[in-house]
Write a protein that binds this ligand. Structure first.
Ligand SMILES: [Zn+2]
Length: 217
């Protein structure tokens, strides 16, 4: 059973530490540069190395996956993500989880060197999550949803009591909305139509404050 949700905010990006009967599940990690804050938060929450049961990465972008390798090394927890994101984190290239983006790719290419996982922060996931997978064995009564659109292997975590950790599939940068940084608009639309019918009480986005799904107009 889920006991509590701790929002870890690193400047513009969130990670979530979810406490349950077995220990903790961390959803995203923030970027590599926020490691001391991250560790302080874990300690403050009472999460010691043996208590961290799993690190779920919603997608491979460095602001979400930046401390995954470090945490695995220091806490011994496995890293789980969608298979379609593996190449991006193995090679530190966020375009490898994106099929389209021809325009953005051109515009962003010069920035890529600034916005990529450094060698020591790259990693190979320990396990792959797909749509419908459950997290009960890590103490969390929750289901994985594959929600492509922002990236091809974006996933979200929906707990049985209606907390929805959306990664960048949904966001609240300036207001609640679907992803504004879009790789595949059609896939994003399909993903959103699908989650609208689900029993979601609160959305915990990768960027911005928590909100309720019906705030997305
Ligand atoms: Zn992000």
């Amino acid at each position: 059973m889920m006991k509590s949700i701790r929002t870890l905010t690193f400047r513009w990006v969130n990670a979530y530490l979810v406490k349950n009967d077995a220990g903790f599940v961390l959803i995203d990690t923030g970027m590599a540069g926020n490691r001391s804050t991250l560790e302080h938060e874990l300690r403050d929450a009472g999460c010691t190395p043996g208590d961290l049961k799993l690190i779920v990465i919603t997608h491979g972008d460095p602001d979400h996956s930046g401390s995954a390798a470090y945490l695995r090394a220091n806490y011994g927890a496995n890293i789980a993500m969608h298979k379609a994101e593996a190449a991006a984190v193995e090679r530190g290239n966020m375009f490898l989880s994106r099929g389209r983006l021809p325009f953005l790719r051109r515009v962003l290419k010069p920035l890529m060197r600034l916005f990529r996982l450094r060698k020591r922060d790259r990693f190979t996931p320990d396990l792959f999550l797909k749509d419908g997978d459950r997290l009960d064995e890590y103490g969390l009564a929750a289901t994985i949803l594959h929600v492509p659109g922002h990236t091809s292997g974006s996933i979200a975590v929906l707990t049985d009591d209606g907390s929805f950790f959306s990664g960048d599939f949904l966001e609240n940068r300036t207001r609640p909305s679907v992803a504004t940084f879009v790789d595949d608009a059609e896939a994003l639309k399909v993903s959103f139509e699908r989650v609208k019918s689900l029993d979601i009480r609160t959305v915990y986005p990768g960027h911005g404050k928590a909100f309720s799904l019906d705030e997305i107009g």
